[in-house]
Design a protein around this ligand. Structure first.
Ligand SMILES: Nc1ncnc2c1ncn2[C@@H]1O[C@H](COP(=O)(O)OP(=O)(O)OP(=O)(O)O)[C@@H](O)[C@H]1O
Ligand SMILES: N[C@@H](CCO)C(=O)O
Length: 321
């Protein structure tokens, strides 16, 4: 459950006086998500999401995230739009946390996505990459190749608790990726966490993207590899090539990948599998028992990493080369 910080009704009512948000009718905490505290607000106007930003979000990054949502909305992409305060600021403060109100997006995330949904996600990802062009703020990806070694070192001593032999495997993976990481590929603002729980559908129709709190400047094809990892594997760990084909066709219907991006997909996919393995491993080892948050299994991403390691050609992802 992700409500780390509770709010008092009077504080919330006071907070809302800074906005043209109507009168508060009800509010409730949202159990999903792991990073921030989210509340659904019903007011005499449109429903809103209130987010209190927690541990992993740097306050100085918030103008980038909120500004990016505004930028995308202005270009017709369906994503939450931050509501400005009466003084024009997008960010306020509530219960000692930085806080923002964003528009409520209709839809549900899919527990069992199918290939047709992967196609929609690929298309929406490419639309986001195209629409992101021209966004002026910059944010480096702290969770990319330069950050992984440091992240690993925080968990390394206890990694054996999750699986024996990990020390050798991850060290050699880090060495491989440092040597093989591509440079010079098309870059821009990426979502960096476009998992099924961050994509809403109404029926089979994609209704919007949420949770831009890992967005940053990085290689566009790296974002594609994140989606292949997050959407195209089955629960038993098998890669579903039909979903992969659909995802990549959907993406390329809007933004064709260059030959260099296609060749780099196996390395990028190893990198993105490692990234989610490392953050999950850290959380697994440091989240206290009984905390009100569901810990995610790091080994799921280790298995994906091992799959990518034995890929011989990007065609194995479902691309027709
Ligand atoms: N704009 C929105 N419209 C409707 N529901 C929303 C919106 N933003 C968040 N939610 C709801 O809140 C939940 C958690 O939101 P979000 O994914 O942004 O949180 P998080 O803590 O950053 O999670 P994550 O673990 O994905 O990083 C979503 O699954 C959704 O149910
Ligand atoms: N999507 C991430 C968690 C939140 O960013 C994961 O599944 O590990």
């Amino acid at each position: 459950m992700a409500v780390y910080t509770d709010i008092a009704e009077d504080d919330l009512k006071w907070f809302l006086t800074e906005y043209d948000a109507g009168t508060l009718l009800s509010y409730k905490g949202i159990a999903e998500g792991v990073e921030n505290s989210n509340f659904l607000l019903h007011t005499s106007k449109d429903p809103l999401i209130l987010t209190l930003y927690e541990k992993r979000v740097e306050k100085s990054d918030l103008p980038f995230f909120l500004g990016f949502m505004e930028h995308l909305s202005a270009r017709g992409l369906s994503c939450p739009l931050p509501l400005p305060r009466r003084d024009g600021a997008l960010l306020g403060s509530l219960s000692g946390r930085p806080a923002a109100l964003i528009s409520f997006l209709e839809g549900m995330w899919l527990r069992k996505p199918e290939a047709k949904h992967c196609r929609e996600v690929g298309k929406a990802l490419a639309e986001m990459h195209v629409a992101g062009d021209g966004f002026e703020l910059k944010r480096a990806n702290a969770l990319s190749i330069d950050g992984w070694r440091g992240l690993w070192e925080k968990s390394e001593a206890r990694a054996g608790e999750v699986e024996s032999g990990l020390q050798t495997e991850i060290r050699s993976e880090l060495d491989f990726l440092s040597a093989a990481w591509p440079s010079g590929l098309p870059a821009g603002v990426i979502h960096a966490d476009l998992f099924p729980d961050n994509v809403f559908f109404l029926g089979d129709q994609l209704s919007g993207l949420i949770d831009f709190y890992f967005a940053c400047n990085d290689l566009l094809a790296y974002d594609v590899s994140i989606c292949l990892n997050a959407w195209c594997f089955e629960k038993d760990g098998a890669y579903n090539i039909t979903k992969g084909t659909a995802m990549l066709e959907g993406y390329q219907s809007v933004r064709p990948l260059s030959d260099a991006e296609i060749s780099a997909l196996p390395v990028l996919s190893r990198g993105s599998a490692l990234r989610f393995f490392l953050t999950r491993l850290y959380d697994w080892l440091t989240t206290p028992e009984g905390a009100m948050v569901t810990k995610k299994d790091p080994l799921e991403y280790l298995r994906k990493l091992r799959f990518h390691r034995q890929i011989k050609t990007p065609a194995e992802y479902g691309l027709s080369l």
